[in-house]
Design a protein around this ligand. Structure first.
Ligand code: A2P
Length: 284
């Protein structure tokens, strides 16, 4: 049986825990610190932050305090951060990484992602902008200060511009929730050895009242959140549920002792778009 510490190998050999803890929209300092602390205490060993979330300092502090109290070693905890789209390009990305490292207070990151692609809506030279951001990412990776690099919110056409590089993205973190599996991108990633992570795996909570999911929750004796996270993991996606509530943080981690049948997976696959944010990487 898999657990919160079961790891999946990325395309460069680094291994990532199969369920993570998301911290988007946790801007309040105490709340950010406490929720990461609760996640670590609940057994999560994979924490996802970003410069854009404005909580790298608190996330890093909670991780360091947990380690310094003797509860884990640094290498037990997988930590991700991201460079925001305003810092696209070679020089700016290198500088943004230094600021992230100062704020987070860790010696290395396990994963560093380009948070959002440059896209044709705003940048006539978007492919080259993404390539030059990626060149900086590759240099950071080669310096050994991050164990793996990847992207977030890259659709297939964005990814294709990077596939000729020396280092292929290890991860693409995209929005996935019931009704919004983004199959084109997921298939492209999985065919090319890029692990897919899901942000907003619960549709920011909006997916939780869907009647099909409620029926399945009843059938399996689980909560709707657990059914959704299980559906994502059975699609070989690493979900990153966010919560500031310790009991929900714990609830979201208890997804390893049951399995959805193929038929029920298909029922969830067939849900129409429902809880997705509507943010398109090409229009924002
Ligand atoms: P809260 O932080 O108050 O627990 P997503 O991970 O898709 O972004 O969803 C996060 C939202 O879903 C947050 O509003 C969070 O609220 C809520 N949430 C997270 N886990 C659960 C859960 N198990 N049950 C109900 N709501 C949840």
């Amino acid at each position: 049986m898999n657990t919160l510490t079961t790891r999946i190998k990325l395309n460069n050999g680094t291994a990532i825990p199969c369920l993570g803890f998301g911290t988007y929209k946790i801007k309040d300092s105490a709340e950010a610190y406490n929720s990461v602390r609760s996640a670590l205490e609940a057994g999560y060993r994979h924490i996802d932050t970003a410069a854009f979330y404005e909580n790298e300092k608190e996330v890093g502090q909670a991780i360091n305090d947990f380690i310094n109290a003797g509860n884990a070693k640094r290498e037990d905890i997988f930590v991700t951060s991201k460079v925001w789209k305003t810092e696209a390009g070679y020089e700016k990305t290198l500088a943004a990484f230094e600021k992230t490292m100062e704020r987070i207070g860790l010696e290395y990151l396990d994963l560093y992602l380009i948070h959002w692609p440059a896209s044709y809506a705003f940048d006539d030279d978007w492919e080259n902008t993404n390539r030059s951001t990626w060149k900086a990412m590759t240099e950071i990776y080669n310096s050994g200060r991050v164990k793996a690099i990847g992207v977030s919110n890259f659709l297939t056409h964005h990814l294709k511009a990077l596939m000729e590089s020396d280092v292929i993205p290890a991860v693409d973190q995209i929005e996935i929730n019931p009704g919004f599996l983004q199959e084109d991108t997921v298939n492209f990633c999985q065919e090319n050895g890029i692990l897919v992570e899901a942000w907003s795996p619960l549709g920011r909570g909006k997916s939780l009242d869907h009647p099909v999911l409620k029926e399945l929750a009843e059938k399996y004796g689980r909560t709707v959140a657990q059914i959704i996270l299980r559906w994502e993991m059975q699609h070989d996606v690493v979900p990153l549920p966010k919560s500031v509530n310790p009991s929900r943080i714990s609830e979201n981690s208890k997804v390893f002792d049951f399995e959805l049948s193929d038929e029920d997976m298909k029922k969830i696959d067939a849900i129409e778009p429902y809880g997705n944010s509507g943010h398109s990487p090409d229009q924002a």
